[in-house]
Design a protein around this ligand. Structure first.
Ligand code: GLA
Length: 753
């Protein structure tokens, strides 16, 4: 009976959410309106038959009408109409000098395209397809729009050759998002490096183009395919307009944010055109990745909350049903920092016993369990058990882990090979290479060419065997270098004797398609398997990989102070549910010693894990670890799936909060979806001038409700036990944090309305 009620309730909720998407066609004006959450996006065909963007902003009334689309006139002989009109998917042609969504070569020598309207189909209340065609050549471009009730629209394109001869594509974007024409915009983006990912930048949008990209073959640490654009005079964390978006592609990508001289502001993203080529034979299509975007007038904080909700409910795999979140992440222990590659089955089992004592739910063996992998010079590619370390196989270790009440996970790095490996000795041609050119090694390893069908089959088969023969619940899928010699002389249409460079360049796309395919097949065959995407830290995080993996490893840097900034940047674009966060030992890479409590609380802001060398933990460490792990279990659904409020940011770009506010304080708050619970994490990074801790005003609570406050540290919270939401948000709470790296947490349970 309860189940039946739950199903009815979830159906009722789904229909409320579904009502928040609508695709409406005004056939008289040849316009389409897409509502998603609290935003509307509108497009229309103009008097020159070209498709242009009409509107992107707050939701319009259901019967709203926008003026009929009109091609903007030639402003001067140097500003033709294709440059003065916010075209929806501008191809290079007719004098387009700004970023092109598409650039193609025709077999007759024409290298331009001029796309005009062909047809449109409203497939459902949340999906629209508009077809454009070139004025003369047999090229059609299908533009797809999908509306999600959380407040996100995805767009992608499919370029189709309807002729009898082969075309070549040199540039293909997923979509172009046009913002209202004007000035005064600010642009936020994320850059990074190994050990320093997720650095947030916000600068005024200057006339010209701001380009972020990866040419590395994968998403990369260097930048993440995300943007948030606000208005400098209006947008803050709490309010003001924000247009935001994310590209879902795990290969080389490019995103350009343009403010043309005429202040047409647009964001174009898709496959990186660098070294790109795609042969489009008659009847074939090239589909581009999804480019998701949304609008809010609730500031950067609300933009993040929309993204988080959208990702948990729509993107992440293993949802019990559409529009519901997957279960929150289990607490992981990973042995990497404790043992690196020097271990035996016995030492792993001893660590497992200790991990269980703290309340860990999943035990993961990292690098070093296979082949001759005793250091990072050898063994990658040899995915059979190292018999010296596991003389009796994996089973005794997995059984032991299970007997301790934990599930078992293991590390893999499938796309890599060490030259010193059996795999490389057998198949030297499987590594990416150009003829005669010395291959560049990074961390003594080479890239396997996963674009090759034989490499793909080999990879699927050994992963499938590993997971089928052992009770493995989780793979940490790593990827520790980038591309350097992307040759592929066995690509269809090329050979060592007669190279066809254009055919070989498809490696950039085919590799990633095969990577997705291997994961998709593996998950289909092993539906309970969970996967983490790791790439020397956070080098492969995007909505393409997150639709196939359950969590990511955002950074190898687990220093608590650095992590505060890394996590702050991460949550601007991705949900805490995906943010694996380990407590590790000190000193870490910053040679800083921080108390265990602050390290635990910082890791509790995401999917808590431990990478500690538990052999060195004292009884007090175990007691605190167990206490905070138990506390985490009571708040993790709120943390991972609730609404996140960055109350005071720790500062990024190497700028600590001590430079932003006098006492170097930062706080993050999470509110449960049903409002029944909230949790506050508060930090004092470095006390200065003996100034007291600032008042912390909470957000997102019910002003008419009363909350019972459970303080982690009785001596750091001196307020009442029950407090009204209006007081918590208006007057705030006083915390007594002092010294360096102090920290505390409050859990608030709603007791009445
Ligand atoms: C990468 C990962 C680490 C660890 C090592 C193992 O650096 O980011 O967490 O797995 O590889 O070699």
């Amino acid at each position: 009976m309860r189940n039946c009620c739950a199903v009815l309730l979830s159906l009722a909720l789904s229909s409320v959410l579904l009502a928040q998407t609508a695709v409406r066609e005004d056939s008289a004006r040849r316009q389409w309106y897409i509502d998603a959450g609290k935003q509307t996006y509108a497009i229309g065909v103009n008097d020159q038959e070209m498709l242009q963007s009409l509107y992107w902003g707050p939701k319009l009334a259901a019967d709203a009408k926008l003026p009929t689309a009109k091609m903007h006139p030639e402003r001067a002989s140097i500003d033709p109409p294709v440059g003065t009109t916010p075209l929806e998917y501008p191809a290079w042609g007719a004098g387009l000098y700004t970023e092109a969504a598409l650039k193609a070569n025709s077999p007759n020598g024409d290298r331009t395209l001029v796309l005009v309207y062909d047809s449109a189909k409203v497939s459902s209340s949340d999906e629209l397809e508009v077809v454009l065609k070139d004025k003369t050549e047999p090229i059609r471009v299908h533009l797809y729009y999908h509306a999600y009730p959380e407040g996100v629209i995805s767009r992608w394109s499919r370029i189709e050759n309807t002729g009898k001869q082969t075309f070549g594509i040199e540039q293909a974007a997923s979509a172009v998002w046009n913002l209202p024409q004007g000035t005064g915009y600010q642009h936020s983006w994320l850059t990074g490096m190994w050990g320093g990912e997720w650095q947030l930048h916000t600068e005024p949008l200057l006339t010209g183009a701001a380009v972020i990209e990866s040419r590395k073959g994968s998403t990369s640490h260097q930048a993440n395919p995300w943007f948030a654009i606000g208005k400098t005079a209006e947008t803050t964390e709490e309010s003001g307009p924000v247009w935001f978006g994310q590209l879902g592609w795990s290969g080389s990508w490019r995103m350009s944010v343009e403010d043309t001289s005429l202040h047409l502001v647009r964001v174009t993203a898709g496959y990186n055109p660098f070294d790109f080529y795609w042969t489009l034979k008659p009847g074939e299509s090239l589909e581009t990745p999804k480019f998701y975007a949304g609008y809010t007038d609730g500031g950067n904080g609300e933009a993040s909350r929309i993204e988080h909700r959208f990702q948990t409910d729509e993107i992440l795999p293993r949802r019990p049903a559409a529009m519901t979140p997957p279960p929150p992440r289990p607490i992981i222990f990973n042995s990497w920092e404790a043992t690196e590659m020097t271990f035996t089955d016995q030492t792993q089992m001893a660590l497992a016993e200790k991990a269980a004592k703290i309340g860990v739910e999943r035990f993961v063996i990292d690098d070093g369990w296979f082949g001759q992998r005793n250091d990072d010079h050898r063994g990658l590619g040899d995915w059979y058990l190292n018999k010296q370390k596991f003389p009796n196989g994996l089973k005794p270790v997995i059984d032991k882990v299970h007997s301790l009440g934990m599930s078992f996970g293991i590390w893999v790095e499938p796309e890599m090979v060490n030259p010193d490996s059996d795999l490389f000795r057998q198949h030297p041609d499987w590594a990416m290479q150009f003829p005669n050119r010395q291959r560049s090694e990074m961390r003594q390893q080479l890239m396997l060419n996963l674009a090759r069908p034989d490499v793909k089959e080999w990879m699927f088969n050994w992963l499938d065997k590993l997971v089928s023969e052992n009770d493995i619940a989780f793979l940490k899928w790593d990827y520790n270098r980038n591309w350097s010699e992307p040759g592929w002389n066995t690509a269809p249409g090329t050979s060592a004797e007669h190279p066809n460079i254009d055919a070989e360049k498809e490696i950039w796309i085919r590799f990633v398609q095969n990577y997705y395919d291997v994961i998709d097949r593996l998950r289909k065959k092993h539906p309970q398997l969970e996967i983490e995407s790791c790439s020397a830290g956070g080098g492969r995080v995007d909505l393409g990989v997150l639709s196939r993996t359950d969590e990511v490893w955002p950074s190898d840097n687990t220093d608590a102070l650095d992590r505060l900034s890394i996590q702050d940047g991460y949550t601007h674009t991705y949900t805490p549910q995906t943010m694996a966060a380990w407590v590790t030992d000190v000193p870490h890479m910053e040679r800083r010693s921080t108390p265990l409590q602050v390290r635990l609380l910082v890791a509790m802001q995401g999917a808590l894990g431990s990478g500690n060398n538990l052999n060195k933990w004292s009884d007090e460490d175990f007691a605190l670890g167990a206490k905070l792990t138990a506390l985490y279990k009571t708040v993790r659904t709120t943390v991972q799936q609730g609404s996140l409020y960055r109350l005071t940011s720790p500062g990024t770009e190497g700028q600590h909060a001590s430079l932003n506010n006098e006492v170097g304080a930062s706080q993050v708050e999470y509110v449960a979806r049903d409002g029944s619970q909230a949790v506050l994490f508060a930090y004092l990074h470095s006390m200065r001038y003996a100034v007291g801790y600032p008042t912390v005003r909470l957000r997102g609570l019910d002003p008419n409700a009363t909350y019972r406050i459970k303080a982690l540290d009785a001596d750091k919270y001196k307020g009442d036990d029950t407090v009204s939401g209006s007081v918590l948000m208006g007057a705030g709470v006083q915390l007594r944090l002092a010294g360096d790296y102090d920290s505390t947490a409050l859990v608030l349970e709603r007791v009445s309305r």
